[in-house]
Design a protein around this ligand. Sequence first.
Ligand code: ACO
Length: 368
Amino acid sequence: MLYAHITGWGMAVPETVLTNADLEKMVETSDEWIRERTGIVERRIAREGEYPADLATSAALQALQMANLSPADLELVICATSSPEHLFPATACLVQDRIGAVKAGAFDLSAACSGFIYAVQMAAQSIRTGALKNALVIGTENLSRFVNWNDRNTCILFGDGAGAFVLQASERPGGVLSAVLRSDGSGANLLSVPAGGSRFPASNETVHSGQHFIHMDGREVFRFATRVMAQSTREALQVAGLKVEDIHLIIPHQANYRIIEAAARGLKLPLEKFMVNVNRYGNTSTASIPIAVCEAVQDGRLNPGDKIVLVGFGAGLTWGALAAEWTGPLPAERRVNVRSFVWLARLRSLYRRLIRFIEGLLWGRREV
Ligand code: ACO
């Protein structure tokens, strides 16, 4: 029997820090209000020319190095994102090219902030069936580019960043134990970027009426989130045959400190059982859970053998929880230097573009 183990992890956040004090100068708000209502103190914002694929590539390379896995051995790259670089091509394909995952299929997954949990479960299922051995799952966001910086209801909440996991097959029991994925499209209107898709393509009107920005009914999303976090955690534990007491650490989506407190109350667990870093990064959507996992490992709060639950919610509405036994890197025979593959990947990408260009000239086309 095959198990899907999390063997590598990595994160990347932009250098630019936006504090509550900075926001006080932009909209009518206060550091006190933001801290009390959300727990957020600061968030990271991508600089000009820094995009989701850049952050994703950086997080992915760390995760591969941690797993001691060559990008060429990957068979699948899933990028969960709510702020992809383009409608298409998928951000996952841009990452696949940059890291040189030459044998991997690549696609983006859209399930808003629950996306990372959905993507880990998709990769884990593929591994458990024996369809593939090595997968890369990324959550990456530049939501700051969809935020209306004049809207105090939303601009205080979001930040940019990326996190990545490597999942690998092993016959050793452990890894991803269970997952519950849920959705309720009747709440689609509660959190959305209304325009930019095929229903409302970009036009002067959509731009002027702010339809390309995040629109949110904060109170309703808050009520929904507090309801589903504890409930889906219990469901995932039940499917895995675990009890709440078996869990070492819960890593929730980092949207609002009060939502995490409500989940702790719902599960009758102390807050110490939850990883919290929303204060430093705000809501980084699909990236928030893997970033929190990376910091939990770094802080020594997550060790091999520990039972954990990842739990999140988001637009859609979507929500989900995933129970796992933390593994860490699998034993390896030789050390892989992942960075060296990046140079090869760049050369390969240039070579393929060049060949396409020459073919285009030969066949009378000018596309590259
Ligand atoms: N500064 C000061 N006052 C503010 C601010 C602000 N930044 N934002 C709102 N207010 C005001 C409101 O206008 C309102 O004033 P009013 O009563 O005169 O109308 C008052 O504060 C209270 O507003 P509420 O909406 O009731 O505040 P609440 O305590 O619910 O907090 C918040 C708002 C933080 C948005 C909360 O509802 C929340 O976190 N909701 C969940 C949002 C979320 O997690 N979204 C992401 C989902 S994941 C994804 O898919 C991307």
